[in-house]
Design a binder for this molecule. Sequence first.
Ligand code: G4P
Length: 528
Amino acid sequence: MTTIQTETARRRTFAIISHPDAGKTTLTEKLLLFGGAIQAAGAVRARGEQRRTRSDWMKMERERGISVSASVMTFDYGGHAFNLLDTPGHEDFSEDTYRVLTAVDSAVMVIDAARGIEPQTRKLFEVCRLRDVPIITFINKMDREARDPFELMDEIEQDLALDVTPANWPIGMGRDFQGCYDLMGDRLVLMERTKDKQGDRIAEVKGLEDAQLDRLLGEAPAAELRETAEMARGLCPAFDRQAYRDGTMTPVFFGSALNAFGVQDLLDALGAFAPPPRPLQSDVRMVQPEEDKVSGFVFKIQANMDPKHRDRVAFVRMVSGHFKRGQRLKHVRTGKSLAVSNPVMFLAGDRATTEEAWPGDIIGIPNHGQLSIGDTLTEGEDLRFRGVPSFAPELLQRVRATDPMRAKHLGAALQQLAEEGVARVFKPRFGADWVVGVLGALQFDVLQERISSEYNVPVRFEPAELYTARWVSADSHAELKKFCDANNTAIADDHEGDPVYLARNAWHLDRGQKDWPQIRFTATKDPG
Ligand code: G4P
């Protein structure tokens, strides 16, 4: 195999999807411990705190206990190179999360054993399903009172319409939880209730009938294990790697992130089953990871990660080729060439300059606003990856600077936030106010905080009495102009100067569409 084939084959780029509190942070931390990326438990949280204190607007995160910014963590384990893309957990930030999911090849779904599938899990799962992202399920907190494992498996199967197959089977639960029986490898994996230990106690056994089970677990727990595990084997289909890769079957691991139990098996499964970087369809052709030429796409922009730098970083998922620091890449949307002289990789939250990147890796490119979400970078070829979704802004409000002296800076602040992709920003052709569109109400609070702390423009959001926004386009430029002129009080321009129709109510929208059949009204805007 050539180097690029080897490097591609050993990469696993994945995200964890879960409902807040299911244990994503804890699991992330344990994964990083196994990967040697951090030395002590608690470091993910501690580092988070450190980062938060650096930036004022992130006070919000702390106060509300939500995590606003996502990052990328890279670690090696068992010969594989893992890229774990963190996803913000709060439902108001799911737009960001959705985009992160376009940059991964697989996902781990963490479920709280007492709660089962929760709303955010379901939403994120649906996004994974759109792209057939393979999912490994981790049922967490088995050391607490949990629901019956059969019931949990059944819920996943029914609720998500997925085939489920247990990879391991729990022995007891809550205080009586002893560990799991590895159904794939016929091993007993026992939990040790000591913090900060690495690895579980393994006992090789010769199947469920092995008399060692009685000795190691006690007779009654062993008998119960035999009965339930046999039943699980009988009721569930066997693991089918292809079905998993197609996104129709999920292997289920029971574990306890807090006790680092089941985490190693989860990592081994990611290494053994999860797909390496996949070929990606562009508008002109399929792009194979092992191609010589570098290509990638921007799936996330983060501004002001470090106030000392006042920079913004475009997160690029590498699709093909062997990227080297200093390489010039073509920014396909503008046709301009870009020297990537100081790319960053995100090692457990720290920034480090990297010399190279392979397919599946994520690099951060500091820039001053040239790069937008959905942009493609190549070594010169005119192709575009179109996978990054755009979302319809569901809530609209007007924003006003409360200090008239700072009002003129509001436009620049909004422009930057729009480029970052955190909100849609519209400048009505009539009137002095700006209109901001978001997916979740909490985003207005975040924006208010950010605009005042990062741009020093105190602002107020006010109800806009608007129903919805629609991008308008037409085959004929003249027709579009005629429409915009005739409806000029309802027309605004987005941050890229494209016209948007701001409808006051459903009737207004309906009327516009009926009267102007030549005009296309779209709820989202395709990037690029
Ligand atoms: P999140 O990122 O998905 O929101 O969840 P997080 O890891 O922060 O975990 C949420 C809570 O669940 C934490 O408790 C955490 O310690 C606990 N937890 C995670 N995994 C397990 C597990 O396997 N067993 C048990 N018993 N608890 C688990 P907390 O009290 O909210 O926070 P903390 O004070 O313990 O940090």
